[in-house]
Design a protein around this ligand. Structure first.
Ligand SMILES: [Zn+2]
Length: 348
């Protein structure tokens, strides 16, 4: 069966030199398209000039659409030049992080560590110890919500009141409102007043404050907003407080939309933990584990939110202890009564 190429043989112009009707239409459409594209370009330049804001310029400059892509496999010379230019970042998007992470593995199959290994010859004169008493209480994982509350959470919250009373310069953070609500219903009125005072003094800080610390990978955003409203309403009614910092240390990965939702719910700063080790490595290599999480579509930057990424593997003592585990494991009070059960490496 032959292919009909008869249309190729037809003349572009008619006998009298004029164009056919369809050809005229094509020419007019093409010219209109060029004019429209030119107008869009002019209007955008005009808008940017109108806003004349340094923030807009920074957003434009650091938008993933305007960044030259850096290939980590390039020769060392280029690597040094680019890393020099990118000493640290202030505004990042999740798209950018994906492009920057190097997912190569070492010969042992591990991803490159996000931080330098500890150098025993480089011991500082003063030891700067940062201890962060915090909570992480799943509202459902290996046990039910009620079991978690009865067996562990209730005791933590009761002890929190005792310890914060005993040590007025001690602070504590709590994230999940569902457990606060269960606990609150069992408290005496004078303890409730005391807890409100702890919040007022800043000794007890409610962070994130959603009903739970939500999963960010598979949850629909409507559910995320719903549980956030539930938690914040409860806090408003009972503790008279509104969270301004988010604490999200166990979701298996983080969504680029959550920072936007958090910002809209009145939160200014956020802490995250579980991201790919290669991504942490990419951020650590340019001293940017703390950055403004930027929405790529937002040219004003008003939805940017300050994000702190925890530098090590996890939030538990064993995996968040660094840079020298032999020093920081000494502050593992949980195992101080029973060193045998401590995850501290033996022989030290
Ligand atoms: Zn968890």
């Amino acid at each position: 069966m032959g292919v009909n190429l008869g249309w190729l043989e037809k003349p572009l112009f008619q006998q009298d030199g004029s164009m056919k009707f369809q050809q005229r239409l094509v020419c007019i459409a093409a010219s209109s398209l060029i004019v429209v594209v030119y107008l869009i370009f002019l209007v955008n330049v005009h808008l940017v000039n109108l806003q004349d804001s340094e923030h807009v310029k920074v957003s434009l400059r650091e938008s993933p659409l305007h960044l030259t892509h850096y290939d980590w496999q390039e020769p060392d010379q280029q690597k040094c030049r680019v890393l020099d230019n990118l000493e640290s970042f202030s505004n990042l998007t999740s798209l950018y992080l994906r492009d920057k992470a190097r997912y190569d593995t070492l010969s042992n199959g591990q991803y490159e560590l996000p931080t330098k290994s500890f150098d025993p010859d480089d011991i500082p004169e003063k030891l700067n110890v940062i201890l962060i008493p915090h909570s992480h209480n799943d509202a459902g994982w290996l046990r039910t919500l009620e079991e978690y509350y009865i067996y562990t959470t209730k005791k933590i919250l009761n002890n929190m009141v005792i310890k914060l009373k005993q040590y007025p310069n001690m602070t504590f953070v709590w994230a999940e409102s569902v457990f606060l609500s269960m606990w609150w219903n069992e408290l005496e009125d004078d303890t409730k007043v005391h807890v409100r005072n702890l919040v007022k003094r800043g000794q007890l800080e409610i962070v994130l404050g959603g009903w739970v610390m939500p999963d960010e990978a598979s949850t629909h955003y409507v559910s995320v907003i719903d549980q956030l409203m539930e938690g914040h309403l409860w806090l408003h009614e009972n503790l008279h407080v509104k969270p301004h910092n988010s604490w999200s240390i166990d979701p298996f990965g983080h969504s680029g939309t959550i920072p936007y939702i958090l910002k809209k719910s009145g939160i200014d700063n956020m802490v995250i933990q579980r991201i790919h080790q290669a991504t942490k490595g990419a951020l650590a290599s340019v001293k940017s584990l703390e950055y403004y999480w930027h929405q790529p579509w937002d040219m004003t930057g008003k939805n940017d939110i300050l994000c702190h990424v925890m530098p090590y593997m996890l939030y538990s003592f064993q995996y968040t202890c660094g840079p020298d585990p032999f020093v920081c494991f000494q502050f593992d009070f949980c195992h101080s009564d029973n060193p045998e059960k401590s995850p501290m490496p033996k022989g030290k």
